[in-house]
Design a protein around this ligand. Structure first.
Ligand code: MG
Length: 250
């Protein structure tokens, strides 16, 4: 598949898609070419580029300082339109205070764990201490139960997050697709993780291109092997992403 520059709306996950994982989200290393690459895509597509990520908008802007790009942060809990208008989930922020206190104690006892407090949601990372995976999930499950059904868990690669229920990457993409300059275009979404499956499902429904980075079961019909391949494809339109096994079976 050649990179279709005109007529497409580009939705891009960040970690594991545009940048390789580091032991903490603040320590990722951007490929030097990445900011320019995103800027070129933004201009050549008439501004139809949005970042769709678990990071907060603040964290996105620290990574991409060139331009405040359209973006959905915290898996869609906050969103910045192409006109720069920011909407945030109206969830009660203080509801997470109990969880904050518990997690501060957890991290004090287990320094290998890392809490990423994004105000509307809280992520517990165990990338530096993978042996604590089941412990981290257990703590977060208990906190979710204590918060009730208004909250859900989002599981990712060596991270588990507590967030208000009802928003996901698919819903965020759908919101963008109703607004200029995205409206009327064919959506293309590239992501690597479990939470990106909501985005893949939405893009499939809209007749677009869902591209999974790396191995694993997926609803996406296209695949690229790693971050380097994503950057190469976005740069040159080649190599051609492979159809996923899932798609071949159809
Ligand atoms: Mg990712």
């Amino acid at each position: 598949m050649k990179l279709p520059l005109t007529g497409c709306a580009y939705f891009l996950d960040i970690d594991g898609t545009l940048v390789d994982f580091a032991d903490a989200p603040t320590r990722v290393r951007l490929d030097l070419a990445l900011p320019g690459l995103v800027e070129t895509l933004y201009r050549s597509s008439g501004g139809a580029v949005a970042l769709i990520t678990g990071r907060s908008l603040d964290s996105i802007d620290r990574l991409f300082p060139l331009r405040q790009l359209p973006a959905a942060g915290q898996h869609g809990l906050e969103r910045r339109t192409a006109h720069g208008q920011v909407t945030r989930h109206p969830g009660p922020v203080r509801a997470l205070d109990g969880a904050r206190r518990v997690l501060a104690g957890v991290v004090a006892r287990h320094p290998g764990l890392l809490v990423e407090d994004k105000a509307l949601s809280i992520a517990l990372h165990y990338r530096r201490a993978p042996r604590l995976a089941s412990y981290a999930h257990r703590v977060m499950r208990l906190l979710r139960v204590a918060l009730g059904d208004q909250y859900c868990l989002q599981r990712g690669k060596r991270v588990v997050e507590l967030a208000p229920a009802g928003r996901d990457k698919g819903a965020a993409i759908a919101s963008f697709m109703l607004e200029p300059p995205f409206i009327g275009r064919t959506p293309l979404f590239i992501g690597d993780d479990v939470t990106d499956e909501y985005g893949f499902a939405m893009v499939n429904q809209l007749g677009g291109y869902a591209i999974k980075v790396g191995p694993g079961r997926t609803k996406a019909r296209w695949r690229l092997p790693d971050v380097a391949a994503v950057l190469a494809w976005l740069t040159s339109g080649t190599p051609v992403p492979q159809r996923t096994a899932h798609a071949r079976k159809r």
